[in-house]
Design a protein around this ligand. Structure first.
Ligand SMILES: [Zn+2]
Length: 374
């Protein structure tokens, strides 16, 4: 079996480091945004609390004003009563009586206002208590998020330093002209090197001419005619006849009726290479999608009626079934990203599944060459 050229191996590891560096930089940039969102929420709660507290103060001042007014009015009434003992005429007496009645009405109006304020005060107290509880919760949350963000950033930065060192090593090992070409294509297309699978460039999906394919396979440095990516062929995935059974025996085959199932798709709409996880439970099926290279989760979990084969038939087109026995609880725990060991298991199983398919294909080629038309 032919080996890949060291130059290609350096480029592949350069691509891996470039991707990882990009992912880490993106993550580092995203982390403060999460904290900022909660901080904004916190500021809103604080403002609400301040407002509720200010209203309580205003209401208390108003209440004191009404109470003072009532005291004054009572004073007036007792003064009128004293005066009424000394009046000489009936007219004067009537006038005083009228003043007393008027003052009593005023007292009653002020008492109504006080009662209204008391009812409002109960509502406002509840609002303040709720806002205080919310504030406490959000403050705790933000502290937690800040710690997470700080730790994650520190970890990311440490990893970034390591990856940058790996990147420098990989770059130093590649011919400068080739490196310039790689950088240029990377800049415009997001990647500079692409594997050839099924006679196609995996970067742009264009099929190679047989001559080009043979040159790539022989280890020559060839650029894709259509996308200019540097092409490589991994001979280890080409399982020759005879190794087919070995490969098949090595790989554990997933059960067809399992309630949890993992799949790979190379051309998932809008995403490209993904791992799909399905789970059947209680007459419905759930689906999660992860980026096959980084392991990041794409979108939210989706639930549909019926088992996953009935619920998500369109996802299973051109898919490769993989081994994987993680529970829903495991996946909930992972959150937005597959743990590295899980990603490794899936990628390794995918390689094995492909090798198995290639071996199967090779075997068919030998027994029935006319049937091969890929
Ligand atoms: Zn291409």
């Amino acid at each position: 079996m032919e080996e890949m050229s060291p130059e290609i191996e350096h480029l592949i590891s350069l691509q891996r480091t470039d991707r990882e560096i990009q992912r880490l930089q993106l993550e580092i940039a995203e982390l403060p945004k999460r904290v900022a969102v909660i901080e904004e929420k916190l500021a809103g709660t604080k403002a609400g609390l301040e407002k509720a507290r200010a209203t309580i103060k205003t209401d208390e001042a108003a209440r004191r004003k009404y109470e003072t007014a009532i005291t004054d009015l009572r004073g007036k009434i007792s003064k009128y009563r004293d005066q009424s003992l000394d009046v000489k005429t009936n007219e004067q007496y009537k006038a005083l009586l009228h003043e007393i009645q008027f003052a009593e009405q005023e007292i009653s109006a002020n008492e109504d206002k006080i009662l209204e304020l008391m009812v409002n005060a109960e509502v406002r107290e509840k609002q303040v208590k709720a806002a205080e509880a919310e504030l406490k919760e959000e403050t705790a949350e933000i502290e937690k998020e800040k710690v997470i963000a700080r730790e994650r950033t520190a970890q990311d930065e440490k990893e970034l330093t390591e990856w940058n060192a790996k990147r420098d090593t990989a770059r130093a090992a590649v011919d400068p002209d080739l490196l310039r070409h790689y950088d240029r294509v990377l800049k415009f297309r997001g990647s500079g090197i692409a594997e050839v699978l099924d006679h196609k460039c995996t970067g742009c999906s264009v099929k190679l001419r047989p001559q080009t394919f043979n040159e790539v396979r022989s280890g020559k440095m060839i650029y894709c005619d259509s996308c200019q990516r540097i092409l490589y062929y991994d001979p280890s995935k080409e399982a020759p006849v005879g190794e087919a059974e070995k490969t098949a025996r090595r790989r554990h085959h997933p059960k067809i009726d399992a309630s949890h199932a993992w799949y790979y798709r190379g051309d998932y709409p809008d995403h490209g290479e993904v791992f799909l996880s399905f789970s059947n439970a209680d007459g419905s099926a759930s689906r999660r999608i992860y980026d096959a290279a980084s392991g990041r989760r794409l979108g939210d979990m989706l639930i549909r009626e019926g088992a996953y084969r009935q619920g998500f038939p369109e996802d299973l087109n051109d898919s490769i079934r993989l081994n994987g026995n993680w529970t829903d609880a495991d996946q909930d725990e992972w959150g937005d990203e597959l743990p590295t060991h899980v990603l490794d298991v899936l990628q390794r199983d995918l390689d094995l599944a492909r090798a198995e398919a290639a071996a199967h294909h090779a075997k068919e080629t030998v027994t029935a060459p006319s049937s091969v038309a890929s």
